[in-house]
Design a protein around this ligand. Structure first.
Ligand code: AMP
Ligand code: MG
Length: 337
């Protein structure tokens, strides 16, 4: 089943979008988080600080280590020893990078956290067995799983089913795939009402006001296809607060240096030594499992950052050199003709 999502989640687009988004480069951290990580006097393009040479040397050494050596070293350092060789390598490199940068900063801040919260979204939508490319998917489940980047845990969940407007009767295929039954969507509210609840939920958590946050999805399609189509079907504008997001597939591929073919959710979990928990294609369970991958990446030292956005109805990449910014405060986007 997940193969399909790999297809529908625009792998060509992902490949195209991946250029220049490389979390593993030994780059002056001021490009990421000016205050907290940058060694003294390091400017955006300054690689001359000796700490970068030290990091490069450590990386070279780690590249030559066997799986067993990596596991032993991680264990000595009391770090997680799970996952495949590339994952362990990345974890060890991140550890040394962080350690060396921290040592070199005279007035060390709280770490490389930019977003206070990351909100994982994984929509479920109406579907047929072989959806034609122009199929008008309607969202039938709106889940959110909120991650605190400070405590590295899931701190809240939201789930609402949504009543489809154009085709209110679910196909047997859709029910079987998602586990969402006809009675659930019959009893659900229409999308605009659910979106208002979403805005309220985000507002209550002071996201975009007191706290910096962004959205995270598994692939490009949740926002660029499902939300985009749904807004057109419901005659509402595309919400400003969901215009930018982290596509975890891209982040994972860039961080652990694996091709996009190895960034399906099941593969990411597997390579990290984790197992899927719950029911695949349940939006909330998918979101939780995506959140587990994101948490492990954060623990491994990845600075997850926005890498895709919607502009004038088009899906576009956000280059890694773009300044970090959080999503704006959630607002009801208003109707359109
Ligand atoms: P997922 O997040 O992988 O559960 O997929 C999100 C949505 O994509 C589903 O709710 C379906 O609308 C659609 N989808 C996923 N897999 C398939 C499939 N094998 N065939 C048709 N549609 C699918
Ligand atoms: Mg899903």
């Amino acid at each position: 089943m997940e193969e399909h999502k790999e297809n529908i989640h625009g792998k060509d687009m992902n490949a195209k979008l991946s250029k220049g988004d490389d979390d593993d480069k030994v780059k002056p951290s001021s490009t990421i988080c000016p205050k907290e990580e940058a060694p003294p006097q390091a400017s955006n393009s300054d690689f001359s600080h000796p700490v970068y040479k030290e990091i490069a040397l450590a990386n070279g050494h780690i590249n030559r280590m066997s799986k067993e050596e990596l596991r032993n070293k991680l264990s000595q350092l009391k770090l997680d020893t799970r996952g495949v060789k590339d994952v362990m390598k990345k974890r060890l490199k991140s550890h040394y990078k962080k350690q060396k940068l921290t040592q070199s900063v005279t007035d060390c801040g709280p770490g490389d956290i930019f977003y206070d919260y990351i909100c994982v979204v994984d929509f479920e939508a109406t579907c047929e067995e072989d959806n034609p490319p122009d199929f008008l998917h309607e969202i039938i489940e709106f889940p959110m799983v909120l991650i605190s980047t400070h405590t590295l845990e899931i701190v809240g969940t939201f789930q609402e089913y949504v009543k489809p407007k154009l085709y209110p009767t679910l196909s047997d295929f859709c029910v079987k795939l998602t586990g969402i039954t006809q009675d659930k969507v019959d009893a659900a509210k229409p999308f605009p009402v659910v979106l208002k609840q979403v805005v309220k939920w985000l507002e209550e958590r002071e996201l975009g006001t007191k706290y910096k946050y962004t959205f995270l999805t598994d692939g490009s399609w949740d926002m660029s296809k499902f939300l985009n189509i749904q807004c057109r079907v419901s005659h509402i504008r595309y919400p400003q607060f969901a215009r930018k997001w982290i596509n975890i597939r891209k982040s994972y591929g860039n961080f652990y240096k694996v091709p996009r073919t190895q960034t399906k959710l099941s593969t990411m979990l597997d390579k990290l030594g984790l197992q899927y928990e719950g029911r695949p294609h349940s939006g909330l369970d998918d979101s939780r499992n995506i959140a587990r991958v994101a948490l492990r990446m954060l623990q491994d030292g990845c600075q997850l950052r926005v890498n895709e956005h919607m502009h004038a109805g088009q899906l576009l990449p956000v280059p890694s050199c773009a300044p970090m910014e959080g999503a704006p405060p959630p607002r009801w986007p208003g109707t359109r003709k």
